[in-house]
Structures are given as structure tokens and as C-alpha cells.
Design a protein around this ligand. Sequence first.
Ligand SMILES: [Ca+2]
Length: 115
Amino acid sequence: MKGFSFTMEVIIALFLAVVVIVALLGFFLGVWTPGTNVVVEQQVKSSACQKLISEGCQNPSNIYTNDFDSDKNGSVAVGSGVGNCGDDVGDNLMMLCRCYFNKPAEPECKELCGC
Ligand SMILES: [Ca+2]
């Protein structure tokens, strides 16, 4: 009987350990990673907005977001096109506003940058 109870304790301990590991993995994969992406998006936005402001708040589609897939087409290529998210129009601030910050129109995008 003592052996049985020891086995049950081990099973319960293992079960709890697995639950804790799964919870931690879920936290890191499900919560932490999107949090990191949001930080990156904010960094790209703030540096692109600084460029927009330094150029007198002109056309956001002329501000390129280097090394960031702003038009969400799966590749990084600068360009001043404007289109739907997923189209290969070029990674620029206007597409960043449209595809990541829910600001599809140019005045909204400028406002997001504090222009
Ligand atoms: Ca792209």
C-alpha cells in the first residue's frame, strides 16, 4: 500500500510539473511573443514618424520602413506604393499605418505620428 501511495505522489507531481511547463510555454509563446512584436512595431513606427516629421509631415508613403514588412506581403522591399495589406506595394509608413495600426487613410496616419 505504501508503494502505491508513493507512485500516486510521483504521478501527481509529474502531472503538476507538466501543467506548469505547459502554462509557462503558453505564456512565452502565446503572450510574450506577440508582446515583443508590438514593441518592434512601435519602434518601427516611431522611427518612421520621426522621419516624416523631419521632412515636414509630407507623404507617409514616401517614408520607407527599412527591414520591416509594412505591407505584409511576406518580404522586405522599400517602395512608395499604397494598396491593400498583403499586396507588394513597398514597405513604407503609409502601409505600416494601414496594416499594423488600423489607420488606413493618410490624415489618420499623419495624426498617428503627431503631425
Ligand atoms: Ca513588404
